[in-house]
Write a protein that binds this ligand. Structure first.
Ligand code: M6R
Length: 587
């Protein structure tokens, strides 16, 4: 939540413009408002606006050093004044922030008594004034480290200091990464902001701070305030990964990228998968956890484990605590997350660790908090996922876990062949004809306000994920149910013409699902089959490839695509749905 981007030594002396361009790449992290601060000749100048960055330009003066922010509001409404950066009283210190300062009210009261003046309702502004207060007696670094130590909660802050012409940043819980370019230095909450300039990076750990100046980047331990050695890493990400590459939106680009990313999972993590299969076969319990889409991945993986005769629990991370007492040293907790920064997931993981469990991180983004907490990392290799709505991260997480379930049953090679075939079949299936059929369906459903979905067994988690895609991208109310639930109450919702998606595979339970579809049809529902077979119960069929237990992948991709086309048709921004942020780093 919230994007941070700063530059030291901008090559063109246009640091504000470069920061603005970088912020556009981070807008998925928050898009209520944005702001930039720049060191001009005499002072810090600020430009802040509410709304999305879009095609915005900035009138800030030229300069070498700038720091900016895209906001996802927590404390204080969406106003220009509440947008970051926030200045101290002398206007020589600008602060931006990602997180929540839980104890800001007490700090603010003290500062008010000392005569500080506040112009926003945010928790962040107290940080600027507290640093100002402390820097009266101390060097700026020390003042910032001391201030940071007083803040409660998960926070990352970045400070632009006029006097020393530096950017100083501290991390505890919210992500920060440094980019080391050619005589240019960058600070960001995610790599895409500066990937155009460098792939040489350092991900800050909790409790670390960096000082960026025109002579380079220094790393510090916040507690001891001592300098540490900074050892950078070189990422294999390519610039195209963070660009739209000719597509109108990141979401549709990322949906298509699944053709490659799903198959790629068969060539990574082999060692880790074999080690995990051995542990599971030696009697470890399995708990799968995550939030949102990742929790649906957990549930789908639970069905895949069951197919191989292995019991696994799937617990959404925000409901983890009541069940944590069952976790012990012989439990493998699979924490599934695109970002590796989701607060609820991290809380569950920390609790499981306390109870002695081994943590397996199933993650996409690298260098995250979750990756550091994990004992074993299954990195799913989907590359940067920029659209807020998760697609390729989900399918690569699920195919990775599917491969593990086959390894547990000594069928890893068979599993790999099936996933590779899935990739190939998707390439053929996603042709112009299929897409045109989906676009026509989207046009037909464009004005609907409610939709229902049913699925059974593996297709049940598929309906949850399908419905989430529709809701997030088009804002249509789409409610998923297990097919068996229908006659226990839900059927009251069906009226003449109500669209009902029926997700099914060509398996032994398809007749049961079709019976549920017939019950809806008898009450006037419009039945839209998403399945690899025809049926007289379907009023409309979106035919998906028959891939056995992997049919749920194309069934879910139909939901991704339909959500996208419905969203575009209804005028929503498919990359940045309202009220959402890409990584939810607050509880
Ligand atoms: O980064 P994570 O995978 O931990 O994020 C978890 C959820 O917040 C995320 O999947 C969310 O539900 C997305 N909006 C799904 O499209």
């Amino acid at each position: 939540m919230c994007g941070i981007f700063g530059i030291i030594n901008d090559n063109n002396n246009q640091a504000a413009t470069s920061v603005l361009e970088g912020l556009k790449k981070l807008e998925y992290r928050g898009y209520d408002s944005w702001g930039i601060s720049i060191i001009s000749e005499t002072e810090i100048k600020i430009d802040k606006h509410i709304g999305k960055i879009g095609e915005a330009k900035t009138n800030l003066p030229v300069g070498l050093i700038a720091l900016g922010h895209t906001r996802w509001a927590t404390h204080g409404g969406v106003t220009d004044n509440n947008a970051h950066p926030h200045l101290d009283c002398t206007k020589k210190i600008a602060v931006i922030h990602n997180g929540i300062v839980e104890n800001y009210q007490g700090i603010k009261e003290d500062l008010l008594k000392k005569g500080h003046q506040f112009i926003s309702e945010t928790d962040t502004e107290v940080i600027a004034h507290l640093i100002e207060e402390k820097s009266k007696l101390k060097k700026i670094n020390e003042a910032i480290f001391e201030t940071f130590k007083l803040l409660r909660g998960s926070n990352a802050i970045a400070v632009l200091d006029f006097k020393t012409q530096t950017i100083i940043a501290c991390r505890n819980g919210s992500p920060l990464v440094v980019g080391l370019g050619n005589n240019q230095y960058f600070l960001a909450s995610d790599v895409p902001a500066f990937l155009k300039e460098t792939n040489k990076v350092y991900f800050l750990n909790d409790g670390e701070a960096v000082v960026l100046s025109n002579s380079g980047v220094k790393l510090f331990d916040i507690e001891t305030e001592k300098e540490k050695k900074l050892i950078p890493q070189v990422l294999d990400w390519k610039l195209e990964d963070a660009e739209k590459g000719g597509y109108p939106h990141f979401l549709i680009k990322e949906i298509y990228e699944q053709i490659k990313t799903i198959s790629k999972t068969t060539s990574i993590n082999e060692k880790e998968i074999s080690e995990l299969a051995r542990k599971i076969n030696s009697g470890y319990k399995i708990v799968l956890t995550g939030c949102g889409t990742a929790s649906y991945c957990a549930l789908a993986a639970r069905y895949f484990f069951a197919q191989q005769g292995v019991d696994a629990q799937a617990i959404p991370s925000y409901e983890f605590m009541p069940f944590s007492k069952f976790i012990d040293k012989k439990t493998l907790v699979f924490a599934i997350s695109q970002s590796g920064e989701t607060a609820d997931t991290l809380i569950a993981v920390k609790e499981a660790k306390k109870r002695g469990a081994e943590i397996v991180a199933v993650i996409n983004a690298r260098g995250s908090t979750l990756e550091r907490l994990a004992d074993i990392v299954l990195s799913v290799g989907a590359g940067p996922e920029i659209a807020v709505v998760s697609t390729k991260a989900f399918t690569t997480q699920l195919s990775t876990l599917y491969l593990l379930t086959t390894a547990v049953a000594n069928k890893y090679e068979e599993g790999k062949n099936k996933i590779n075939r899935l990739g190939k079949v998707l390439t053929k299936w996603l042709d112009v004809q299929s897409i045109n059929r989906l676009i026509s369906l989207a046009k037909r459903l464009m004005d609907e306000e409610h939709m229902y979905l049913i699925g059974k067994h593996l297709n049940y988690p598929a309906t949850l994920e399908f419905a989430l895609k529709i809701k997030e991208t088009s804002y249509i109310h789409a409610e998923p149910f297990a097919a068996g639930e229908l006659k226990h109450g839900v059927i009251t919702l069906i009226q003449k013409g109500t669209p009902c998606f029926v997700l099914a595979s060509n398996d032994e339970i398809k007749e049961e699902v079709l019976s549920s579809a017939a019950e809806i049809k008898a009450r006037g529902g419009l039945i839209i089959g998403v399945a690899p077979f025809e049926s007289s119960d379907f009023d409309v069929l979106i035919k998906t490839p028959d891939l056995g237990d992997l049919t749920i992948f194309p069934n879910i991709i139909v939901g991704q695509l339909l959500g996208y086309y419905l969203g575009v048709g209804r005028g929503a921004d498919p990359d940045k749905p309202r009220n959402l942020a890409k990584s939810v780093t607050v509880k």
